[in-house]
Ligand binder design. Sequence first.
Ligand SMILES: [Zn+2]
Length: 256
Amino acid sequence: MLREKLIEFVAYEVVKAKSFVTAITGEGINEQKIRDTLNKALNNYPREIDTLEGFTENPNKAWKYYNIILQMLADSEPTDAHRALAELESLGILNSIITITVSGLHQMAGNKNVLEVHGNINTLKCVSCGRVESVKFPLDQHKMPPKCRHCSSILKPGYLLYNEQLPSKEMTDAIIDVTVSKIMCIIGFRRVVEPIPSLILRAKQCKAIIIEINPEKTWITSKFSDYFIDGDINEVLTKIVKSVGRIIKNTESYIV
Ligand SMILES: [Zn+2]
């Protein structure tokens, strides 16, 4: 199918599946300049501090890096792709977004139902009592590491570190949403990172149509995707949502 025809076809399918559409988003949805800056910073990043064990062994060293990197992420802005998904929710089509991104940009763009299965950088979490509090970066370097106001233990970043458990409430909600989905849109993924393969597998078992939108084919394409749309994620999503809006409008005028 020609690409433009495929975009139009997907828009029709999405309208048909009204309110049973789930999107799963990865880092590819974020601004390219943020991804480039972050990748550069991560090259100088000691890997051990990104594990829960490494963090608790040396929180001062870990926070020295976190403070710089999380500031970069906190400065990022929603893209056209974020805005397109917000519009799809406001049209009553998109049920929820399940995301491994951690910058809170879906909410900033206007989405209400966002399940952040890898946490959120705009929060800090106590390693002892689990209390979560909101935060603005950069943190004061003279007051490192940050401490819990409730129990005085050390606070970790609100995103998931390696070897840390996936958040149970978000995962329960994500599994429910995936189970009832008629369409699952997979957007901006390259890496194989849990819980994404498990959620895609579940959607497939529950007979959802899998639509993948990525610049290049991925590990998902041959294994799971029913339809693959290549190209710039911002452009593709904007076109789909524009078509969805037009289809809804035409349908309404036909009914009247
Ligand atoms: Zn605490």
